[in-house]
Design a protein around this ligand. Structure first.
Ligand code: SAM
Length: 185
């Protein structure tokens, strides 16, 4: 069945992440992906969730509390500094939801170079078979630069080591988001 973009991003992680593992939400925003990951790794696993905005950390904290989830470490910092927080632990999977915080400040957006450096850092510690999944929104100012930079970066990854997939609806109007998925072989 053809899945909507957000559902497909979760399906990839569902297929490759097990209970007890460590995963990353690189852009927690309103916390929807964090909650999904928290359930996916179960009480024995751990989620590291990053966002630069206090509002996002607060919203995510509330959502997790509403669902009585307590296996997540919320970090108000850039995902570019991720290694300082997680050390050299193996990562089972990660998700990035790019762009701006829905219902938030539309000028605070993810940026090409920062996103690429965070993805590069995660790939070093990603388990074999694990995915870094990016949901790429690019309709906002600055979005097209990030999209172009990421596609260039991802297309250059060595196919001996990574499967790289773009999942996109090509008949939708108004810059629909797409999934860019990188799986470590
Ligand atoms: N996944 C979220 C959800 O389910 O609601 C939506 C995320 S939103 C599209 C993008 C988020 O990325 C914003 O909350 C923004 O503050 C955050 N962000 C931007 N630059 C960042 C960075 N360098 N490190 C971490 N988060 C960043």
């Amino acid at each position: 069945m053809v899945q909507p973009v957000l559902q497909f991003s979760h399906t990839l992680l569902q297929q490759s992440v097990s209970h007890g593992e460590i995963v990353i939400d690189a852009t927690c925003g309103n916390g929807n992906d964090t909650l999904f990951l928290s359930k996916l790794v179960g009480d024995t696993g751990k989620v590291y969730a990053f966002d630069i905005q206090q509002q996002a950390i607060y919203q995510t904290q509330q959502l997790l509390a509403d669902h009585k989830r307590n296996n997540t470490i919320l970090i108000q910092d850039s995902h570019a500094n991720m290694q300082a927080h997680i050390g050299n632990q193996e990562i089972a999977g990660a998700i990035f939801n790019l762009g701006y915080l829905p219902k938030g400040d539309k000028t605070i957006i993810t940026k090409k170079d920062v996103t690429i450096s965070a993805v590069t850092a995660i790939l070093r510690q990603l388990k074999h078979g694990g995915h870094v999944v990016l949901v790429v929104y690019y309709g906002h100012p600055g979005g097209k630069e990030e999209k172009a930079g990421l596609l260039h970066f991802a297309a250059e990854l060595d196919q001996k080591h990574y499967h790289v997939l773009k999942y996109e609806f090509i008949n939708q109007q108004n810059n629909p988001p797409f999934v860019l998925a990188i799986q470590k072989r």
